[in-house]
Structures are given as C-alpha cells and as structure tokens.
Write a protein that binds this ligand. Structure first.
Ligand SMILES: Nc1ncnc2c1ncn2[C@@H]1O[C@H](COP(=O)(O)OP(=O)(O)OP(=O)(O)O)[C@@H](O)[C@H]1O
Length: 478
C-alpha cells in the first residue's frame, strides 16, 4: 500500500477543506544558555501554541504577556520532519495523482526552519509519489511526472533547473492554468531521477548569493511536480508543489539597514506575503462577512507569487485544490517578536470553510446552487444526466454533498461515473458529464462571490449609518 494511504485521514483531508494551517516550533539549538531557558513559544496541545513575551510596562516593571494561537496541528520542538511529512504532505500525493492541485507552503522568519522542513519533505516525496503511481499503473493506467522549479526575486522569475538561472515568465495556458514559460521541466521517471533533479534545484537556490540564508531569505522558491495521466491526454494534470517563502521579517529589518534597491526588494516581498494572506482568506470566504475589512476579492494577480500559484486561490479553477500552510517559529526568547508576527499571520488563515458545511443559510428567495445541494439532489442530477445506463448512481456520490463533491479530483470522479454505469460508459463520455458538472460548480462560485459582494456593500452601508448615528449622539451630548 502506498505510504500516503496510511496517513492520518483527518488532519489533511483534501476532501474536507481547502486549507490546513500548522505551526512547527524549531528546537532551541546550540548555545546551552539559550537552550536551557524556558521556550518563548510552546505547544500546549496538538492544536494550540502559547507565546510568552516579556514586556516592560510604563512603571519599568517586567511583565510576561501570554497569547494563545490555534492551528489544525502544532508540532513541538522535538518533532521530526518525517512526522510532519507523514501528516501534512503525504496525503496530498494521491490527491494530486488523481488530478488535484496541492500546495505545501512554509512561512516564517529567516532561520526558523522553512528550508529545513521543505527540503526534507522534498526528499521524502519521491518514494510516496512513485509508490502511489505504481499502485495505480497496475490498474491499466500510465502516469508521467515532470519537475519545474523557479525562484521569485521581486518581479524576476528565475529557472532553478537552468545552470545560468535564466529568466522565465509566468503565463496562463488556454485552460487558465499558471505555467512557467521557457522553464526547464524535465520528466522524472522514478525516485532517483526526481531526487537528482530536486537536488539541482535546491543547490541552484543556494548558489545565487554568497550565503544560503542570504539567498533563500530574500526570494520565494517553488518546486512543482506536474503529474499527467499518459493514458488520457485530456485529463487535467495534477500538481503537488512545495513553496519555500522568503523570510517574513525581511521588510522591517531591511527598511532600516539597506540601500534603496534592497528596500524595494523587501517591499516586494512584503507585498507578496500580504497578497498571499488576502488570497487565502478571501478564497475561503468566511461566513462572517461582517468581520472582514474589505470586500471578498481574491487578488492573485497582484504579485508574481500568487499569480504563479493561481489555481490554489482562483474561484474559477477547474480542479479541486488543497493548500497546507506550515508556519515555522523559533522557540527562542530573542526571536519572540518575529515568532508572534508569524503566528498572528498564520492564525488569520484559519477560517472555517463555508462550502464544506451542508447547512448553508439561504435567503428567502434564493435557490440553492449546486454547491449547496444535499446528496439526494446530486444523485438525482446524475441520474438525469446519464439516463438508464446509470444503474448504481450512489457510486458517484456515496455520501458527498455539492460542496464536498467539488473536492473529488477529476480522475476519481470519472472512474466513479464509469463504475456507476457498470462500464457501459467509456472515459470520454464520463468526462463530458464531469466537465459539465464542473462548469456548474464554477458558475455557483461566481454567483456566491457576487452575492458576497452585495452583502458586503450592505454591511458597509449599515456600518456608516451606525457611525453617523454615534457621531450625532456624541454631538448632542457635547
Ligand atoms: N527543526 C529543526 N531541527 C534542527 N535544525 C533545524 C531545524 N529547523 C532549522 N534548523 C537549522 O536552522 C538553520 C536555519 O534553518 P533554515 O535554513 O531552514 O531556515 P529558513 O527559515 O529557511 O531561513 P531563510 O528564510 O533564510 O531561508 C539551519 O542550519 C537548519 O539546519
């Protein structure tokens, strides 16, 4: 059995939600004096972390402020990368092989362990991926895998698999997928070939500057595996990618210490990280629109980073997506300010997904969209689409509602239709039904977004009216 299949199903469940947020606390290494102090950040449970920040108050007294942060999973100092890989990255593999779009991002202060975590995950990825593929190939399928890898430095996109790190472009193909035009994308046939190609990419990131951290802290790097179903050229390729983000503290540090060009670079990093946060938050779209400070808009075009990862955020993406966000923090007291910033940033991404719940409040006059359909309505829809051939309709959606069915990757979905017709339908015919269904999913999302924007306008109107009322009352009392 592929290792991925045995992972904890609940933690990263690409069928359950679009985003998973985890914190990894880096062990206090080296100097005994720092490593024996109490940690400034510690895990209080598997889903919460506590930050202790020492502050001097106005009377000159030292105080310890405590702040708790929730996540889907918190990894304490002693935790090994193998565990993180097993919980967070391995479950993305079968999802991607079947046509999903999966991303694992590492975010945190320079030196907090982003590269350490992702480079170890990347070496573990090959085994799980090729085992999963081998298991499926025995069932008459063939897959091909290719690696592309780029570094984003300001507006420049550099090919990490090219010796000279040539500049490439982020473009969209006819299906709206984001690609690195002109970048090398070697086919990797097995685990050793993947390991060798990944080694080239990681080393190339290192040689861009005199020091490793100097290069990696000032740029984002993407390591993308595209998995194609060689037996069906029309199938949407799956993606599993690792994204090593630039040091999150860059902007404030460099603003004080460096030249105008370095400050420009830092501003660009800062902007891309802010855009990333907006994209994740607004893609998830909280039910509590009133708590949002801006209308729900997914601004993925505002930075090369989010443009490159477009499918993870774009509501019109024609494939299910899942993104794992790993925030790495140092447990050292001297790093507590940066660690607090990281935890605040990451905890803001923890928004309950609206679509996953079957109970979605509907206005008095609104008709439920396909994403809001219960299971029986879904079954009835496919019975109508496929006619008498569909003898086992329940196999298409054994338990899913509209929202959860939108998270089933293409190839599994098509297989379910073929099985439900007991093989009377072939791949092409089944895929046509799938594509039609996806068209309706995208329409439903667009409608939802328009509805959200209208609701947001109403909220702003009410807020303004309340503020005006408060001003009038204050003026009357004065
Ligand atoms: N969990 C860990 N256990 C042991 N050593 C670690 C761990 N995390 C990081 N390190 C070590 O800390 C140092 C800095 O880690 P790393 O380069 O991964 O940081 P980073 O967050 O990627 O920094 P940058 O933003 O500069 O890329 C490295 O020497 C690495 O080996």
């Amino acid at each position: 059995m592929p290792a991925a299949a045995s992972t904890s199903a609940n933690l990263v469940d690409p069928r359950g939600r679009d985003f998973t947020v985890a914190y990894r606390i880096k062990p206090r290494l080296g100097d005994a004096s720092v490593s024996t102090n109490d940690p400034a950040i510690r895990a209080t449970s598997t889903t919460s972390a506590l930050a202790l920040a020492k502050k001097v108050n106005v009377r000159g007294e030292e105080q310890t402020l405590e702040e708790a942060f929730k996540a889907h999973r918190v990894y304490e100092e002693s935790c090994k990368t193998q565990q993180i890989f097993h919980d967070l990255v391995a479950p993305l593999v079968p999802f991607a092989v079947l046509g999903g779009y999966a991303t694992a991002l590492a975010y945190g202060q320079t030196g907090s362990g982003k590269t350490f975590t992702l480079s170890q995950c990347s070496s573990l990825l090959g085994e799980v991926l090729f085992e999963d593929i081998a298991a499926r190939q025995t069932r008459g399928r063939a897959f091909s895998v290719e690696l592309s890898s780029v570094e984003l430095c300001g507006d420049d996109v550099l090919d990490l698999l090219d010796e000279g790190k040539k500049k490439v472009k982020i473009v969209q193909d006819a299906d709206g997928r984001s690609l690195f035009e002109g970048a090398n994308a070697p086919a990797v046939a097995d685990q050793p070939a993947l390991e060798a190609a990944l080694h080239t990419a990681w080393s190339s990131r290192r040689t861009g500057a005199t020091e490793w951290n100097e290069a990696s802290s000032r740029s984002h790097a993407i390591f993308r595996l595209t998995i194609r179903n060689a037996s069906d050229p029309n199938a949407t390729p799956g993606v599993v990618q690792l994204v090593d983000l630039a040091g999150s503290e860059r902007a404030s540090v460099e603003a004080k210490n460096h030249s105008a060009s370095r400050r420009g670079e830092s501003a660009s990093i800062n902007k891309s990280l802010m855009t990333l946060k907006d994209c994740i938050r607004n893609r998830t779209l909280s039910d509590g629109l009133a708590s949002m400070s801006r209308p729900p808009h997914v601004p993925f075009r505002s930075s090369p980073l989010t443009l490159a990862l477009k499918e993870a955020f774009d509501l019109t993406t024609k494939q299910p997506t899942h993104t794992v966000f790993i925030a790495t923090v140092s447990a050292l007291e001297r790093d507590v300010a940066a660690s607090l910033n990281t935890l605040k940033y990451a905890s803001q991404l923890l928004i309950a997904p609206r679509g996953a719940s079957a109970t979605i409040a509907l206005g008095a006059n609104s008709r439920p969209t396909i994403l809001q359909w219960p299971n029986d309505k879904i079954i009835a829809y496919f019975e109508k689409k496929c006619g008498a051939d569909l003898s086992q309709a329940h196999l298409i959606a054994p338990y899913e509602n509209g929202a959860t069915l939108a998270r089933v990757p293409e190839q599994e979905f098509v297989d379910r239709i073929i099985k439900a017709t007991q093989g009377k339908w072939g791949h092409l015919r089944a895929r046509k039904v799938y594509i039609e269904w996806w068209g309706r999913v995208v329409d439903a999302r667009t409608l939802q977004r328009k509805d959200d924007q209208a609701k947001w306008k109403e909220i702003v109107k009410q807020r303004k009216a309340r503020e005006l009322q408060d001003d009038l009352e204050a003026a009357a009392q004065a």
